[in-house]
Design a protein around this ligand. Structure first.
Ligand SMILES: [Zn+2]
Length: 84
């Protein structure tokens, strides 16, 4: 497995951590720190679109959820780190 570095402190991320959370870009320390900003990832629920875009008709179809990177939390964490 190739080494990945924390986007905040540039230290290598623990291999054990990468195994558990392969998508992470944070070391254990900063993954912990980012919790106060809402976490590295957030879960978004999205209504599956079967209607064409712009349609006002409501669609009560399946809801899919996905994990997305919490860019706002990342920015806050980076700002906080930069200030130290
Ligand atoms: Zn870090």
């Amino acid at each position: 497995m190739k080494t990945r570095y924390c986007q905040i402190c540039k230290l290598p991320i623990d291999a054990e951590r990468l195994e558990v959370v392969p998508e992470t870009r944070l070391c254990t320390t900063h993954a912990h720190d980012i919790q106060k900003y809402g976490g590295e990832f957030k879960l978004v629920a999205e209504q599956e679109r079967t209607n064409k875009a712009g349609s006002l008709k409501r669609n009560y179809g399946a809801v899919s959820t996905s994990m997305i990177r919490n860019e706002e939390a990342m920015r806050k964490l980076r700002d906080a780190h930069g200030r130290v």
